[in-house]
Design a protein around this ligand. Structure first.
Ligand SMILES: [Zn+2]
Length: 87
């Protein structure tokens, strides 16, 4: 079962806060999706809405409402960045 922080303060439709069971930590995921302009400027992108990049940040608090999130992680915080705009 996916544990997700449902938050009315999140004003970015491409942001989500989900608890990752493998890493035992809350992760904020932010996506950048392609627009018409992006398609004109990058021939690697094919459709509006394609993922240009994604960043995953471990968090202990919701950055939108400030609520403390339950976190059992003893691991140091690391982030992951994927750039899909070229390969
Ligand atoms: Zn929140």
């Amino acid at each position: 079962m996916i544990k997700q922080h449902i938050c009315t303060a999140i004003n970015n439709e491409h942001a989500s806060l989900v608890f990752d069971e493998d890493y035992q930590q809350w992760q904020l995921t932010l996506l950048t999706l392609a627009t018409e302009d992006d398609l004109e400027n990058n021939n690697q992108l094919e459709n509006v809405g394609d993922i240009i990049d994604q960043i995953v940040l471990p968090v202990n608090f919701c950055p939108y409402c400030g609520e403390k999130l339950q976190n059992n992680s003893k691991q140091p915080a690391t982030y992951v960045y994927h750039d899909f705009s070229h390969w």
